[in-house]
Write a protein that binds this ligand. Structure first.
Ligand code: GLU
Length: 290
């Protein structure tokens, strides 16, 4: 029988705050109630912004909260080969292409070529990547790559969607921003041609998360509602790579006094600051409603 397996997957690019405490505590509790495993994964592919100090801070905060996790932890920066292999498979399938436009160039292209049209935006509000590079000839691509032009690997969303048969769905036991729950239909096309790898970071969050969840045998993904729409991309990548599909549970976000999502740059809700100001783990549980 499959052992229910949960994970908390923070990025060590800042201090954990109340929102992370909520996710970690909920994961640990659900794993416990299911008689399952609880894993910690360090999502440190951005080697510029992630530091060993922040990683040590994550361990300290979670231990203080009374959370225990299995060791060794999986550190993404130690597994670039796994992500590279997944990317290679998608390149071989011809559903990934090198995209050469910088953000500024893409903006200028949209302003010029799409005058009068409302250019579609992704669920995070960013304009979709223009279709120009998708149609470059193989020769042109080669020439630019050989000339060391900077590029990112993007998924050709239209081609990718043709590779999957039928609707893509997932089982949601939490809820999305509009209260979506139960069997949810994935809409990856809303994201356009997403980035799967960059030159400086050889893998993107979306690619690593599905590869790791599969390698670690994650059966239950419990995370904040801000990642609800990204799940559509994760489901598509799982279909394309033939990976198992976990159950998803997106939980309420802990909001600041101003009603906005907490950020790592805010000191007042950082667990370390709260601890130093005399808060106890039970106070944190109360503050996040657990
Ligand atoms: N590393 C992501 C974050 O810190 C979470 C990824 C996930 O749970 O899928 O927001």
């Amino acid at each position: 029988m499959t052992v229910p397996t949960f994970r908390f997957a923070p990025s060590p690019n800042g201090e954990l705050h109340l929102g992370h405490a909520c996710s970690a505590l909920l994961n640990a509790r659900m794993a416990d109630e299911a008689g399952g495993r609880f894993l910690l994964r360090i999502e440190d592919i951005d080697t510029e912004r992630c530091t060993p100090e922040y990683e040590r801070g994550i361990f300290a905060d979670l231990s203080w909260l009374g959370i225990a996790w299995e060791k060794p932890v999986r550190r993404q920066s130690e597994h670039f080969d796994d992500y590279g292999e997944a990317l290679r498979r998608l390149i071989d399938e011809d559903i990934v292409y090198p995209a050469f436009m910088s953000r500024g160039e893409a903006r200028a292209w949209i302003a010029e070529e799409a005058t009068g049209e409302t250019w579609p935006r992704d669920p995070d509000g960013a304009p979709l990547y223009p279709p120009r590079d998708r149609t470059l000839s193989e020769r042109e691509r080669r020439a630019r790559m050989d000339a060391s032009a900077p590029f990112t690997w993007r998924l050709d969303m239209a081609a990718a969607m043709e590779h999957v048969s039928g609707a893509i769905e997932w089982q949601e036991t939490g809820a999305g921003p509009e209260g979506e729950t139960g069997v949810v239909r994935a809409r990856p096309e809303a994201w356009g041609d997403v980035v799967l790898a960059r030159r400086d970071t050889p893998a993107s969050y979306n690619l690593c998360v599905v590869v790791d969840d599969a390698i670690q045998g994650i059966t239950d993904v419990v995370r904040g509602r801000d990642l609800f729409h990204a799940t559509s991309v994760h489901r598509l990548l799982q279909e394309l790579l033939g990976l198992p599909v976990p159950i998803y549970h997106h939980h309420d976000l802990v909001l600041g006094d101003d009603g906005r999502k907490l950020s790592k740059s805010r000191r007042d809700t950082a667990l370390r600051s709260l601890r130093e100001a005399g808060a106890m783990p039970d106070d944190i549980r109360r503050m996040v409603g657990l």
